[in-house]
Structures are given as C-alpha cells and as structure tokens.
Design a protein around this ligand. Sequence first.
Ligand SMILES: Cc1cc2nc3c(=O)[nH]c(=O)nc-3n(C[C@H](O)[C@H](O)[C@H](O)COP(=O)(O)OP(=O)(O)OC[C@H]3O[C@@H](n4cnc5c(N)ncnc54)[C@H](O)[C@@H]3O)c2cc1C
Length: 399
Amino acid sequence: MDFQPDPGLDTFREEVRAFLHEHLPEELRDTGIGRVRSSREHIRRWQRILNARGWGAPYWAREHGGTGWTVQQRLAFDEECATVGAPTQDFLAQKLLGPALNAFASKEQWDEHVARIVTGERLWCQGFSEPGAGSDLASLRTSAQQDGDHYIVNGQKIWTSYAHEADWIFLLVRTDSTVKKQAGISFVLADMNTPGIMVRPILSIDGCHHLNEVFLDNVRVPRSNLVGGEGDGWKITKFLLNNEHAGAAELPVLRRCMTRLKALALSRSVDGRRLIEDRGFALNLARLEAELDAIVMMAQRVAAMEQDHSPAAHALGSMLKVRGTELQQKLTEHLVEALGEDGAVAYPEPHDTANKEPLPREDSGRGIATEMFFRRAATIYGGASEVQRGIIAKTLFQL
Ligand SMILES: Cc1cc2nc3c(=O)[nH]c(=O)nc-3n(C[C@H](O)[C@H](O)[C@H](O)COP(=O)(O)OP(=O)(O)OC[C@H]3O[C@@H](n4cnc5c(N)ncnc54)[C@H](O)[C@@H]3O)c2cc1C
C-alpha cells in the first residue's frame, strides 16, 4: 500500500475542520475531551447538527442514507472531532446496530428505527453479554418464547453500557434450545420502557456509571421486532462485530492522550527541570510515539484492506485491537505518572460540576485518573485480548 499523504484526504480534513469551526457550538466544544461518552443531551444535540449537514451517519454507505465516506475519511472525521472535543456520538447505534439494520432489517423496521438513529432521537444499548456468556456468547440463556404476536423474554444481561440512558435495546435471545447453541439465537429490538425491564447500575473502577445489569422479567416484545428470521441472531452478531476493523484501536483516543502527555511533559517540572528534560521520561515518550505511529500505519493498512474486502482485514483488525488497547493503557498510565505526586489524587470526570473542592493540577489533571482506570477495561470490551489472539492464530496460522 501507498503511505504517501493523500491530498484528497487533506482537503477533506480541511472541510471537516471548517465545519467544526462554524457549527460546533462554543458550549459543546471540549465537552468530549477526556470522556468515554458524552451526556445524552449533548449526544442528541450534536447528532442533530451533524444530520443537518448531511453527516448524521458518517460510517454508512450512501445507499443507506450515510455519507459514503471511505474508511480513511471516517478515521479523519473521528480524529478531527476528537481534537476539538466535540461530543461523542451514539457509537452503539452508529457503528454496531445501524450497519446490521441496513443489512438485515425489514423495510418497516428500517423506516421505524434508522431515521431515528440518524436524527439522534433514539439512543440504543447492546444487550448481548450475560453472567456466564461473555467471550462464550453462544452460551447465552435469556429466552424468548412465542405467545401469539409476541415473544415473552426472560433472563439477565450484564455489562450493558449506557442502558440507563438508552431508549431501546438490541438483544440476543434464545428462541430454540433444542438445536446447536448458535442456531437457536435470535436478534430482537425492545423498547426500554416495556414493563418487566429493570436496569441496575454497576459502578466501575473509575467511579463512573457506564455499566448496568438489565433484568428481563416476562417482557412482551412484538414479534415484528425480530430482525432477520428466527435463528439468524448468530449470523447478524458476526456481521455486527466484524464491522469497522480499522476503528478497533480507537485512534482518536490514542492521539488525544499523546497530545495531553506532551503538554504535561512541557508544563510539569520536577526538581526545577521540565519533565521533557528528564532522559528517562523523554525516552519513554519517544517509544510511545513510535508505537502510536506504527498503529496509525497499521490502521491505514486495515482501512485499505477493508476497502478491498480482504479477509485478512479480520486478523489485522484483531491485532490492531490488541496493540491499540494496550497502548491506551500505557499512555494513560504515563499520564498519571506525569502528574507526579498529584497523580494519586482521583480527579473527577471533566465537566463534572458536582465537585467544588479545588484539587492540585485541577486543569491539567482533570479526567486523567478516571480515564486511566476506565482504560483497564479496553482489553476486555469489544472482545478480550486473549480471544483476539485466538482469532489471529486461527486466521493466520490455521490453528
Ligand atoms: C467497559 C465494558 C463495557 C461493556 N459493554 C458491553 C455492552 O454494552 N453490551 C454487552 O453485551 N457487553 C458489554 N461488555 C461485556 C464484554 O463484551 C465482555 O466483558 C467480554 O466479552 C468478556 O466476557 P466476560 O466478561 O464474560 O469474561 P469471560 O469471557 O468470562 O473471560 C474471562 C477471562 O477468560 C479469558 N478467556 C475467555 N475465553 C477465552 C478463550 N477462548 N481463549 C483464551 N482466553 C479466554 C478472557 O480473555 C478473560 O481474561 C462490556 C464490558 C466492559 C468491560
């Protein structure tokens, strides 16, 4: 592949920058910095602005109402948005559910749900994992039994990100327990306001509320909410999880952390010397930057492969996930270290107005500790590193 800069991509970046300069409201600027996900209100407002520009679905093909951007353009768009701290989007809907609906939904389902994703009117959560069914997802036990025009759903989901803020959930359920595990799974959509759905928060190590348990007790879901046919759940899940390999490393997160680390290296001093003048620190910084450069190139390679529909994109996507998430952890650990003795202070999330106590390094330290703790989970969510290594071995070495 050609690593020469693409002048077309530079022009595209300029267009995105100009749009952000003009249309990202001042009060939303920086709100995405140091945050895993923006507030419901910010996500919806930003989504409306993007949609008005025709960019409501940046990751989808034109025939599905998307921008039709190349993978490279999508990466560039994400990076530019992250640089100015634009609010995050509803990535579960944009990157996982939307493409699956575009491929498998009936016309009625598409009309009902897709436009509402693009306008930001309806936010989603993903109800796949269960206690005892994470990496081994096919072992899931939540059942859906037919009752006339409805399914009666019973079971429990866990680690359901942002279920407490979602309007709807896409669920994997078992509709047949007499066949092979994978063949008995179906994919259904449910309104979170349906009686029988109960959400219980799980506070994670960063002290924030991202995760939940979702209990389903005799929940009546219309059969018209089944996507594809009964037993198609596994096929849809494989499609959905295999999407967007090039995004697996979360490049905007890596770039944002690197920029912040460099800023601290210049602004922090120890014993009268700036951090950057410390040989050990400077060497580590250089190593991390070299790693980041390698990951950026790898992401470009995967993007090119995805464009050509190469099967190798799958294995390389897994490599990118492993390397990218490990670098997220290293960078955030170095950020805490760069704060020195102040690093031990648990800084609140950025923009958290609840904490009125002034903390040391309030400006430069805000959000760093929470992000370092949150990124411990990066090597687990989206497929644990051990499982990714299994995929790489299987694909490349036929093990
Ligand atoms: C922050 C966060 C957000 C999440 N959000 C969601 C969400 O929105 N919706 C959702 O459905 N799920 C979500 N998850 C769940 C996530 O998908 C699972 O945690 C993940 O798939 C691992 O499953 P598990 O936790 O059950 O661990 P297990 O599968 O029990 O794994 C435990 C350990 O065993 C290892 N292991 C398991 N199988 C193998 C194997 N075949 N080979 C080698 N090692 C193996 C794992 O790598 C891990 O170290 C989220 C998780 C986190 C941490």
